[in-house]
Design a protein around this ligand. Structure first.
Ligand SMILES: Nc1nc2c(ncn2[C@@H]2O[C@H](COP(=O)(O)OP(=O)(O)OP(=O)(O)O)[C@@H](O)[C@H]2O)c(=O)[nH]1
Length: 401
């Protein structure tokens, strides 16, 4: 969430890795950030000016960020090439130190990154090459009321289910407020209930942390909603790793990297096979869809050809026509692209003709013109070597001849 300390946290883990002589590869994907306190290796702002995108496409701030990210997502192949070059061993330079960690700072708005197509493209691409872990940064002092805590958990939950990647909850700013209360609420339902009750009694329920808004006391509905949500989230909590951190002092950063290692191996074990299965399913779905569209196209061509045939004589059986079209698609490779071109052109010619001369009977149309062209062609070639010219192939394939 805004102001939770994402950038400060990235700066902290960056300096931590530098101190261990393992400099990470840094990517800034927030086009609207004024300045970042670290040197990004890849910065979306280098290739896109978010304000110009806003002007050019007449968008507001969120639309500008989203569109910038969409444009950037079109370059993901280049980005992946660079990342792979930096991380994978290179036989040409076996002694060169490879990058072990890639850190990506994302725009905070959930609709811009997590719920956008470009966010999915970027995350999917990263996850297809590297063990990818999401760190969800929480502003601990601003999460100490039961309602903001629950909002934060629901936010995290939706990110987890949308990205389907292992997640670490980073409770930041623990130098200001300890995160023990959050850990307790996540593991002990009764302690969350007790906190809820206390807030209701104090009249601070639903308000800003530590402040009474006068809304409490009577909010029975909200109280019971929070209660049941907390029960529902029990299962979700079980899959999470909680790490209290202070980006200011550096406390908890070692524990964060331990959690990253744990989640990275979890990624390899549980998430990667699932990811690959999803990718295969998607591919299969795409192929089925393409097959269906091709079938529809064939059917439409079939109808068009039937209409042509009905004017010249009895319509040929549908199965026969379908077979002929199947043959065409099967032998596409053998016949080369000529056939495809010949298959497209007739309809175009026909529509031109019918536009020019509506009264003209169909018999004078496509088929006759092909017959005539074939005869002319045979004549000009003295009826010899032209047997396999493209018109003949077209007629044979479509069973007109
Ligand atoms: N006390 C304390 N303050 C922190 C800590 N981490 C970040 N801050 C402060 O929190 C404020 C917001 O930090 P940022 O890193 O800009 O937060 P962000 O999430 O990147 O902000 P946006 O990009 O605007 O959403 C800054 O004033 C930081 O100095 C921390 O661990 N402790």
């Amino acid at each position: 969430m805004a102001g939770s300390g994402k950038t400060t946290f990235v700066q902290r883990i960056n300096s931590h890795l530098h101190s261990k002589r393992e400099p990470p590869y840094l990517m800034n994907l927030d086009p609207a950030v004024h300045s970042v306190p670290f040197d990004s290796n890849i910065d979306i702002r280098d290739s896109l000016n978010y304000k110009e995108v806003m002007r050019e496409y007449n968008l507001g701030p969120n639309g500008g960020i989203l569109t910038s990210l969409n444009i950037f997502a079109t370059k993901i192949d280049q980005v992946m090439n660079i990342l792979e070059k930096r991380t994978l061993p290179n036989p040409a330079t076996p002694n060169a130190k490879r990058i072990k960690n890639i850190i990506v700072d994302t725009p905070g708005q959930i609709e811009v990154f997590v719920w956008s197509a470009s966010g999915s493209i970027l995350l999917d691409s990263l996850a297809s090459s590297f063990p990818t872990v999401i760190a969800y940064i929480i502003d601990t002092p601003r999460t100490s009321s039961t309602s903001t805590f629950m909002s934060n958990m629901l936010y995290a939950c939706s990110i987890l289910y949308k990205t389907k990647l292992p997640m670490i909850l980073v409770f930041n700013k623990t130098d200001v407020k300890d995160a023990d209360f959050a850990k307790e609420w996540m593991t002990d339902f009764e302690s969350f209930q007790a906190a809820l009750k206390q807030e209701e009694e104090m009249g601070s329920f639903g308000g800003v942390e530590g402040a009474s808004t006068g809304l409490g006391g009577g909010s029975g509905y909200m109280g019971s909603l929070l209660n049941s949500m907390s029960l529902m989230l029990e299962e979700f909590y079980r899959h999470l790793c909680v790490v209290p951190v202070s980006s200011m002092t550096g406390k908890g950063v070692d524990e964060f990297f331990e959690a990253v290692a744990e989640k990275a191996s979890e990624f390899e074990k549980d998430y990667k096979p699932e990811l690959e299965k999803r990718r295969k399913d998607r591919q299969q779905e795409k192929e089925t869809k393409r097959g269906k569209e091709l079938g529809k196209l064939m059917e439409e061509m079939n109808v068009t050809n039937s209409r042509q045939n009905s004017s010249t004589g009895p319509a040929k059986p549908k199965a026969g026509r379908q077979k002929a079209l199947d043959t065409i698609s099967d032998t596409e490779d053998d016949l080369g692209s000529d056939v495809e071109a010949q298959l497209v052109e007739p309809d175009e010619d026909e529509s031109e003709d019918s536009e020019m001369d509506d009264e003209k009977p169909r018999q004078d149309g496509l088929e006759q013109r092909y017959r005539k062209a074939l005869a002319d062609d045979s004549k000009s070639n003295h009826g010899s070597a032209s047997e396999d010219n493209s018109f003949t192939r077209y007629l044979r394939a479509s069973q007109i001849g």
